[in-house]
Ligand binder design. Structure first.
Ligand code: ADP
Ligand code: K
Ligand code: ZN
Length: 429
């Protein structure tokens, strides 16, 4: 039923395991130059419950940057066998180092994650992630092999060849980022196939924020079941939290991580079930332990138990990064609010782009929206009506009226990897 019995471990025993591992992690972290200094006065014996992690100081992305490259390593460099770097969606990249044991632990977590949403060794997985420094390439790859799936390292791009591989080798599981999945479905049709004729059954989607509406659209257009996959390079990569077949939030693997959700302003824990910033501590990483890492990702714990019987708590889909927030006319806006609104409209196609512009007096938001071909008609009045409706729907969600520009399908440039949702063109003084 489970890949690893630890997934359904009794909570009390699980928490005991966390405490034991947290103590070891603190001890181990002190071998790195960074934590040796920062944890000088910290005694692992003060940790009695998992919540005691809050007695430790935070680690931020700036800490990782200032310690670049080796400040967090607990072992001589020769003990390490792999390096990854975050894709640098925001600012300078950060390097993460793995020992062989760390790679094994990660592959196990990844295999467990994929098993949890229904992947089995009889499946064939095609990985459409780029195989570079980005952890979605090799991370998914080794996990898939660990589970025993036939694994096709297709890499990013070249949709035509991707489709041929999928058909030739009867691919049943696709690892694909959500913004690419929407585009992919259309390409399949352009190649003369119907998505229901494709051999696939499972899509693992993640690496970037997306809404429930976008998932629904992917499932419908691709004729597939899509499961949310969460991770970040600083915490190994993918395989941190994953949806099970019930698709109601992502089980966060608590034998490997301690997760907290805090108010990003005060640093204090939020009330049960409330949204805040996810803070993560590694419990099983030997080469580069990271303690109380401020992920900047916003989510909440989903209260209650999951029907699957796994005892590890679930986090809700990431609503965005704390640094994604736009402020326009004094209102806080997240790109995912806009996506949610757009993806719920049947006329809207795959892609959209938010541009922030200044018109001399104030800041304005312009939303470019791809419209499905069948709605992109010659009738001016129909188009204007659609444009108005989109603006009105957006306004009721974000409380400012954006300028809406209707675009033909495939006309908004697609990023190679993670989607770029917001372009800030405001004059900066
Ligand atoms: P970068 O920060 O440069 O994008 P990573 O490749 O390590 O580097 O990406 C990790 C980040 O990607 C996470 O912190 C989160 O913001 C985003 N992310 C990963 N998986 C998901 C997901 N399932 N839903 C939303 N966002 C995700
Ligand atoms: K196999
Ligand atoms: Zn479950």
């Amino acid at each position: 039923m489970y890949y690893d019995p630890v997934e359904a471990m009794d909570r009390a025993a699980l928490e005991e395991l966390q405490v034991e591992r947290l103590r070891e992690t603190i001890e181990n972290a002190k071998r790195s130059p960074f934590y040796a200094e920062r944890f000088k006065s910290i005694d692992p014996n003060d940790i009695r419950t998992p919540a005691d992690v809050a007695k430790l100081p935070f680690t931020t992305k700036d800490d990782l940057r200032s310690q670049y490259p080796h400040g967090l390593l607990t072992k001589p460099l020769e003990e390490f066998v792999r390096l990854h770097a975050s894709s640098g969606t925001t600012g300078t990249p950060v390097a993460v180092f793995y020992t062989q044991k760390d790679l094994d632990t990660w592959a196990d977590l990844m295999a467990r994650s994929m098993y949890c949403c229904g992947c089995r060794k009889t499946d064939v997985l095609q990985n459409t992630s780029g195989y570079g420094l980005f952890t979605g390439g090799l991370g998914i790859h080794y996990g898939s092999e660990r589970l025993g799936m036939l694994t096709i390292p297709a890499g990013a791009g070249n949709t035509k060849r991707q489709i041929k591989l999928i058909r030739d080798h009867q691919v049943t599981v696709l690892h694909i980022i959500p913004s690419f999945a929407l585009y992919f479905a259309q390409k399949v049709r352009e190649e003369g196939f119907e998505p229901e004729d494709m051999p696939w059954r499972i899509a693992l989607i993640g690496a970037e924020p997306h809404t429930e509406e976008a998932r629904a659209k992917i499932e419908k257009l691709m004729h597939i079941k899509a499961y949310n996959s969460y991770g970040l390079s600083e915490m190994n990569g993918p395989g941190v939290a994953f949806e099970c077949v019930h698709q109601n939030g992502m089980h966060l693997w608590e034998d490997a991580y301690i997760a907290e959700i805090i108010n990003p302003e005060t640093g204090e824990p939020v009330a049960e079930g409330e949204v805040g910033e996810l803070v993560m501590t590694t419990l099983t990483r030997e080469g580069m332990p990271i303690i109380r890492y401020r992920t900047r990702d916003l989510t909440r714990f989903i209260p209650g138990k999951c029907e699957c019987g796994r005892t590890h708590r679930r986090i809700d889909r990431i609503t965005g990064r704390a640094d994604d927030m736009m402020i326009l006319k004094g209102v806080n806006i997240y790109p995912m609010q806009i996506e949610q609104c757009l993806m719920a409209m049947p006329e809207v196609g795959q892609n959209y782009l938010i541009e922030l512009v200044s018109d001399g007096i104030s800041d304005q938001m312009k939303v470019k929206v791809e419209i499905k071909d069948e709605f992109f008609v010659e009738d001016m009045r129909a188009l204007q009506g659609l444009q108005k409706r989109i603006a009105k729907n957006l306004c009721s969600e974000i409380l400012v009226t954006p300028r809406v520009e209707l675009c033909q399908s495939d006309s908004i440039p697609k990023a190679e990897g993670k989607a770029v949702r917001v372009v800030d063109l405001r004059d900066k003084e």
